[in-house]
Design a protein around this ligand. Structure first.
Ligand SMILES: [Zn+2]
Length: 446
């Protein structure tokens, strides 16, 4: 049984653990992030109805993590932090019966029972991720080990096997000449669609407008999405989304990255989806506080990136995408007289190149598992898969983020496979639905 003091000590240890591994530097943020897990545990503990099995399992696991942690770090006791924490109160008690997940006694429909399981699985998985991180600091293992232990997923071989076919289709469109590489043919084709630096903001604003229209009917009316532009040659990132709390996010776009108008559609859908996803999580977390707990390298981060990558195909159908290019974006960058067959090729080529993610992931796996070095990785990415080092993703990203890099491609694949179970007209609704509940990568693969 976890009593109040023990729980407090666990909290203290977890915070210092977070500090030591420098996942987050800001103390206030750490505390805010950890609160939900304590709320969830308190909810489980104080529930008068008897629920067998999983609750004990969660408590045991959690206790084990902390025992391990204290064993290895007993010399670390940040006093300043302790004093700060001593002044904190955590108002979980009064919330217990309001937000209580579901007791078995209260669960009536099958749907609710499923949901109940989702929550337990979620908590269990998040806790085992924490445990793995505590026990494997500085080395999270091979690519496959990281996928399983941090992200609750495993990539099947069928996913990797589609690369050859995709490349053949790309070659058919680009028809590289005898003395021309595929990469050269690709840059040649894309050249006129690259956004001039001084038009970047106009293009981005138009894309955001379109995306917001689609999401508006699903989102909390308080939502507020800010956009900021910056120029940084050294930063290989194209854009970031940051959640600022209370339904407000900021997207930062790097104007120094040269991207095409069709990429701009995809990128805005990606970043805006993060914003709306954060808002959905904010809404759902009054009922499911554990949804607020994000560890960055965890199963939720996998779902976050995967869904953001799927978004463009749900927000724009092919015809809307082509119409938007032709009527809105071409005029901004001064393109005239592009015939429809060329627009068809552009859209087709974009789809094919985004289907090269299994190839990038394979490079990432090889670099994480030390089968190739950075140079080799960059060469293969550029020559075979049309991704030069100055674009994203690249070997630096793979080295910095390990198997997390796979979230963009494999996370997307998992969500697409899941959505394929539904008729096309229902997919956007189902997609929004997955953004609102504690769903794990392994749930999507079932
Ligand atoms: Zn993202």
């Amino acid at each position: 049984m976890l009593n109040g003091i023990f729980r407090y000590n666990i909290f203290k240890s977890l915070v210092s653990y977070y500090r030591n591994v420098k996942i987050r530097a800001d103390l206030k943020q750490i505390i805010d992030e950890l609160k939900p897990i304590f709320e969830s545990i308190a909810i489980l503990e104080d529930n008068k109805h008897e629920i067998k099995g999983n609750i004990n399992n969660i408590k045991d696991q959690f206790t084990d993590i902390m025992k391990d942690y204290l064993k290895h770090n007993s010399d670390k006791d940040p006093n300043e932090l302790y004093n700060y924490l001593a002044k904190q109160t955590f108002p979980y008690k009064e919330k217990i019966y309001d937000v209580f997940l579901y007791t078995e006694a209260n669960v009536s429909s099958n749907d609710e029972k499923d949901y109940f399981n989702y929550r337990f699985n979620w908590l269990n998985t998040i806790l085992s991720v924490l445990k793995y991180r505590v026990n494997n600091q500085n080395n999270y293992g091979s690519f496959d080990e990281q996928l399983i232990n941090l992200y609750d997923t495993k990539i099947d071989n069928a996913y990797f096997s589609q690369v050859g076919k995709t490349l053949d289709q790309i070659k058919k469109i680009l028809k590289p000449g005898h003395d021309q590489s595929l990469y050269e043919a690709y840059t040649e084709f894309m050249k006129k669609f690259i956004i001039p630096h001084d038009k970047y903001e106009d293009v981005f604003e138009e894309c955001i407008k379109f995306t917001n229209e689609v999401y508006k009917k699903y989102s909390n009316p308080k939502q507020n999405l800010l956009i900021e532009y910056y120029d940084d040659e050294k930063d290989s990132a194209e854009a970031y989304a940051m959640y600022l709390k209370d339904y407000k996010s900021k997207i930062r776009c790097n104007k120094a990255r040269s991207i095409s108008i069709i990429k701009a559609q995809q990128l805005t859908c990606h970043e805006a989806t993060h914003h709306y996803h954060f808002c959905f999580l904010e809404d759902s977390s009054s009922k499911y506080p554990e949804l607020k707990l994000s560890l960055q390298y965890d199963p939720l981060s996998f779902i976050l990136e995967g869904s953001a990558e799927v978004a463009v195909s749900l927000i724009f159908n092919d015809n809307e995408r082509k119409k938007h290019l032709k009527e809105v974006l071409f005029p901004i960058i001064g393109l005239k007289d592009i015939d429809d067959s060329e627009i068809d090729l552009l859209v087709e080529l974009d789809k094919l190149t985004t289907n090269l993610w299994p190839a990038y992931i394979h490079c990432c796996k090889n670099i994480v598992d030390k089968n190739i070095n950075e140079e080799e990785c960059d060469r293969i990415m550029k020559e075979d898969y049309l991704k030069p080092k100055e674009s994203w993703p690249n070997s630096n990203f793979f080295m910095d983020h390990g198997a997390y890099s796979a979230s963009y491609g494999w996370g997307k694949e998992l969500i697409l496979r899941y959505l394929n179970n539904f008729p096309e007209e229902r997919r956007l609704d189902e997609f929004i639905n997955t953004l609102q509940k504690p769903i794990l990568p392994s749930d999507l693969a079932k």
